[in-house]
Design a protein around this ligand. Structure first.
Ligand code: HEC
Length: 197
């Protein structure tokens, strides 16, 4: 069901927004670039958090994340020439608040999660006009796994030192209360398809 929806959405966009074969090739290359950047971001952040947890436990890892998550994200974005963010409807870092477009896609992902149709391969990909130029908007869901609960479980089940570290770094934190399998947010990538004039 989900696969069909995704395929239909992709084809619709392909034929309406893309004229010829070159456009289709550009789009495929852009999707590849988005996917590579998203994968690299996940690997980079996961590696960093695992190292920090091993070295100093989860409370210390919260501080490492606070210091490094955004700069590392920007670094991966720069390396691939894309705009790259993690977005969520319940932000820990307010910089991860979705724009209108991202919020709409996130709520569609949430509907799929509620219906049990969100899968590992689920993604959103659409060619849009941004500031008068074509760009690919690509989003990939992020779900909560067991190890994530050390810092994203319901506040009352977090270790006190983790809770304190979060409160100290993120006074407006909304990113607790999750269970394994929950949708946490998405990686959002924007790939320019036309150069600036
Ligand atoms: C050691 C604690 C810790 C663990 C474990 C952890 N996170 Fe986080 N998470 C954080 C912190 C701190 C931030 C805010 C980082 C920042 O300032 O950009 C964050 C931010 C995020 C964001 C960005 C959205 C937001 O709310 O700012 C997502 C998505 C996310 N985490 C998902 C996960 C997933 C999925 C896992 C498990 C694979 C996980 N986290 C494990 C501490 C943790």
């Amino acid at each position: 069901m989900k696969r069909m929806m995704t395929a239909a959405a992709v084809c619709g966009i392909l034929f309406s927004a893309c004229g010829g074969g070159d456009d289709i090739a550009d789009r495929q290359a852009a999707e590849q670039r988005a996917e590579t950047a998203a994968k690299e971001l996940v690997g980079t952040l996961l590696g960093e958090v695992q190292r920090a947890m091993k070295a100093g436990g989860p409370a210390a890892a919260v501080r490492t994340c606070a210091e490094k998550a955004q700069p590392l994200t920007d670094k991966v974005a720069g390396a691939h020439g894309v705009t790259l963010r993690r977005v969520t409807d319940r932000a820990r870092n307010p910089l991860d608040t979705p724009d209108t477009y991202e919020a709409a896609v996130l709520s569609r992902f949430q509907e799929m999660a509620d219906a049990g149709t969100l899968e590992t391969g689920t993604l959103h990909s659409e060619v849009v006009a941004m500031d008068g130029r074509k760009a690919l908007r690509y989003m990939k869901p992020i779900t909560i796994k067991k190890p994530c609960l050390a810092c994203h479980a319901p506040a009352e089940s977090l270790k006190p030192d983790v809770r304190d570290a979060i409160a100290e770094q993120y006074p407006d934190d909304q990113a607790t209360g999750y269970a394994a399998g929950d949708l946490r947010g998405a990686i959002s990538v924007i790939v320019p398809l036309e150069r600036e004039q």
